[in-house]
Every structure is written in C-alpha cells, then in structure tokens.
Write a protein of this length. Structure first.
Ligand code: AMP
Ligand code: ZN
Length: 118
C-alpha cells in the first residue's frame, strides 16, 4: 500500500493499478490520459504525493524542473517535438483540477489554438 492509498495517481505510480508507462524513473512516471483531449495527451506525474502546485516546496524544485525536461523528451519521442505542444498543470477548483496529485498534461498532435480560447 502507498502512503496515500486513497489517491488514484499514487496507486498508479506505485504499481498498485496496472498502467502502461510511457516513461518511468525513480521520481516520475508518465502515461496516457484515459480521456484524451488531443491526439497526444500524456500525464506526467511525480511519484511523490504533492496535492497541487500550490503545495510545492523548495525541495521539489529539481523534481518539477525534471518533469519539464521529461515532457520535452516525451514530446520528441512521440513525434510532436517539431509541431509543438502544451504543458499544463491545473491547480485547485477554478482550474477544474479533478485529481489532487500534482500532474502535468502534455497535449499535442493538433493545433491547440490560442490559450485564451480554451
Ligand atoms: P485534472 O482535471 O487536471 O485533475 O486532470 C485529471 C486527468 O486525469 C483527467 O484528464 C482524467 O482523464 C485523467 N485520469 C483520471 N484517472 C485516470 C486514470 N486512471 N488513467 C489515466 N488518466 C486518468
Ligand atoms: Zn497521490
């Protein structure tokens, strides 16, 4: 059991829920979103349970920086490195955050439009 056994992303990251990881290391895993909003829609999450960016602390700076690097590497790997992509982290209620475990949406494979149209 993970420390946060009621958290779906902790359970995925901890291997309790089977998932095909597109990327995994000691700190981070990435997998396809179950309800894709674009041809490429990958979730990149830390294994550490951080509820949202609002609870990020100084000790997480390298981890969050690494997530950005992994996002760029995954984008290249799945073929959207040149065409472009968007990396989003929803934070708390007004963003529509549904899963209270820090995660980044990597979206691409189509024109996503100006951010203000979303
Ligand atoms: P957010 O609204 O930013 O909290 O996004 C949560 C995302 O997690 C949504 O896009 C869901 O489709 C996705 N999601 C929730 N549970 C799973 C799961 N078990 N496997 C893959 N994606 C999931
Ligand atoms: Zn969690």
């Amino acid at each position: 059991m993970t420390e946060h056994s009621d958290c779906i992303f902790c359970r995925i990251a901890g291997g309790e829920i089977p998932c095909d990881f597109l990327y995994a290391d000691e700190q981070i895993v990435a997998f396809n979103d179950m309800h894709p909003q674009a041809p490429v829609h990958i979730l990149i999450i830390p294994k550490k349970h951080i509820p949202s960016l609002a609870e990020m602390s100084e000790e997480d700076i390298a981890l969050v920086g690494r997530i950005n690097l992994v996002a760029a590497q995954l984008a290249e790997a799945v073929g959207i490195g040149k065409s472009g992509y968007r990396l989003i982290s929803n934070c708390r209620a007004d963003s529509g955050q549904e899963v209270p475990h820090l995660h980044y949406h990597l979206l691409g494979g189509r024109y996503l439009g100006a951010f203000t149209q979303q």
